[in-house]
Design a protein around this ligand. Structure first.
Ligand code: PMP
Length: 364
């Protein structure tokens, strides 16, 4: 063994050595439909205004505090009165902060993070790196929650955290409100349910307004899907006393000054972003109808800005799409329930059309 191999094996955790790092595909020259981004940039006149705003931002000092962005989020994004938000470098960071805060260990016993599966991959990853055990409870065939199995798993493992993406990634559906309420009740004061509303701009269903009803509820969101994926900003709200605990784990200065300024600017123009989300919603429904007419293609119902579809041979279709410079996500290997499934971000009418033609040609 070389010195470096020896060094790595003496120092880096075995479970970290065993995994691959998160891969971000190089999308230059491709129609990029793999990451649920909003394809519409800010209109030119707003970009120019934003440029002027950013030019005035001091880069030589640490970010002072994010109080002004916090206040803007609370005022404009439906956070109930008396509740605050904690901000993260994307909601990815918030997921990992929650896991770090809850990863208590007693001798021979680790805290559990539970989620229905298939789920957003960062839940299991953050649990692992924080030293929690991840328990995945399979969804039913129609991707709804398997409530007897969820309640039995909660009873058995008493998870400290339950993550519920609402709508779910990668399946696109909204779980039943009553099911989430039952999970909150079953957890009681032994566990926190995190309702992850990354796709809320498209679903228009939210638990944010219901925070006062549930002291063990955290509602998490991101601005990524709304058209600001590049600035990396997530936020979450919960009972102030609970949020104060997570605040201790948040790294200092985690939301940089450029992100803060850009987000505040964007919130002043939230109507522009919401209008883009409406366009994407209509485009999603139109694309779903067209795809469902193709022989051998199953389209699952989606309340997000992506579609999950099943084809006869996802590897083959994916390779053919790649050759036609279209980038989508092959979900086939992620989970048994996603065999031959592809996930496609909804885009502009032009890109959806290009995708549709390339996809149709890939089926033969
Ligand atoms: N939650 C869900 C359900 C997601 O799908 C994603 C992004 N794919 C995230 C959280 C992370 O979002 P962010 O860009 O804010 O880190």
């Amino acid at each position: 063994m070389s010195f470096l191999d020896q060094l790595i094996s003496n120092t880096v955790r075995a479970d970290v050595r065993a995994v691959k790092s998160y891969q971000v595909a190089d999308a230059s020259g491709y129609i990029k439909l793999d990451a649920m981004e909003n394809p519409y940039p800010l209109p030119q006149h707003l970009r120019e205004e934003l440029g002027a705003r950013l030019a005035g931002v001091a880069l030589n000092r640490y970010p002072p505090s994010y109080a002004s962005l916090q206040a803007a989020i609370c005022a404009k994004l439906g956070v109930p009165a008396g509740y605050d938000v904690m901000l993260g470098n994307g909601s990815d960071e918030l997921i990992s902060i929650l896991a770090m805060a809850c990863a208590h260990q007693e001798p021979g016993k680790r805290a559990v993070l539970l989620a229905p599966v298939p789920a957003f991959v960062m839940y299991a990853r953050s649990a692992q790196f924080a030293g929690m055990d991840f328990v995945g409870v399979p969804l039913q065939a129609d991707f709804s929650l398997d409530m007897p199995a969820m309640l039995a798993a909660i009873e058995q493992h008493r998870p400290a955290l339950v993550f519920l993406a609402y709508p779910n990634n990668p399946t696109g559906n909204l779980f039943a409100t009553a099911d989430i309420e039952r999970i909150l009740a079953a957890l009681g004061d032994t566990g926190i349910a995190v309702v992850d509303e990354a796709y809320e701009p498209f679903a228009q269903h939210s638990f944010m307004g219901r925070l006062p009803e549930f002291e063990n509820l955290v509602v998490m969101r991101t601005v990524s899907k709304l058209g600001l994926a590049g600035i990396r900003l997530g936020y979450m709200s919960a009972e102030p006393a609970l949020l104060a605990q997570f605040e201790k784990v948040r790294p200092p200065y985690n939301v940089n000054v450029l992100t803060q300024a850009a987000a505040e600017f964007a919130l002043d123009h939230i109507d522009v972003l919401n209008a883009q989300a409406d366009l994407l919603n209509s485009a999603r429904d139109a694309l779903a109808l067209r795809l469902a007419e193709l022989p051998g293609v199953t389209v699952f119902p989606s309340k997000a800005n992506f579609l999950l579809i099943r084809v006869a041979d996802s590897d083959d279709v994916c390779a053919k799409l790649l050759a036609r410079r279209v980038l989508i996500k092959n979900m086939s290997k992620m989970h048994a329930a996603l065999a031959n499934c592809l996930r496609i971000s909804v885009s502009t009418p032009e890109e959806n059309s290009l995708f549709y033609d390339a996809f149709k040609a890939s089926l033969v």
